[in-house]
Write a protein that binds this ligand. Sequence first.
Ligand SMILES: N[C@@H](CCC(=O)N[C@@H](CS)C(=O)NCC(=O)O)C(=O)O
Length: 255
Amino acid sequence: MVTSRKFSSDKPHEPTRRATVAVMPKLIIGNKRYSSWSIRPWFFLKQASVAFEEIVIPLYQPESASKIKAWIDSARVPLLVLDDGTRVWDSLAIGEAIAEKWPESGAWPTDFRLRAMARSACAEMHSGFSEVRRVLTHNVMRRYAPEAWRKVAASVEVERAVEAEVERLHAVLIALLTASGGPFLGGARFGYVDAFFVPIVSRFATYAISSPDSVAAYCARIEALPTYADWRNEAAAEPWRIAHYEYAIADRDTV
Ligand SMILES: N[C@@H](CCC(=O)N[C@@H](CS)C(=O)NCC(=O)O)C(=O)O
């Protein structure tokens, strides 16, 4: 089902698009290949079949910040612009706005305890895991050999820090799957918490991180979603390549 219309525009007030502005929310995002924060609301809205207009602003270019600032002073994506013009920035706040605006989307579990866990997991993801984010740079198209990431960790201390964060990620995912009974983190429906962990699923695939069986099965479930394939296909079609996110690790890079 087609749920979004795509524009690569950096002109928030272009008159010819006003008709669409009135009826559809807009999601302003960065490159699908690299922008892990952007993909969270994009993935959830797609899964929930909420129609939106998608505007991609290529990141890591001299004019990126000013292009985003034309939309929002934070100069960060993602940004959700609702049909009444309300602007919601930051992936976590966007999840809350989606839950309020589209209650039928099932953004959060209906059960209070599971909802609290889902929100806590998103908050922990949002404020933590800095070494995973820094060392295991996000690129949905790359595939490295197992353990190759250690070559970019630069020190044993950094390797240990990444390992500890990966262990914590495994524990969070197992706790949610156990409490909810799966198949998704909050239970039967794909929720915002699943979308929030999609970039972790992607990083585990990119760096061939080995996971406990239940986590590996969950990752396979997410990777099998048509939305995941759409994301990768659209990322592959993007023209922009940023060296910092495209490095080869010696001759073991399998891409
Ligand atoms: N805490 C923010 C982080 C957003 C963020 O850092 N986005 C990056 C892209 S993934 C960005 O907009 N960078 C702008 C730039 O590099 O110019 C969120 O959760 O939305």
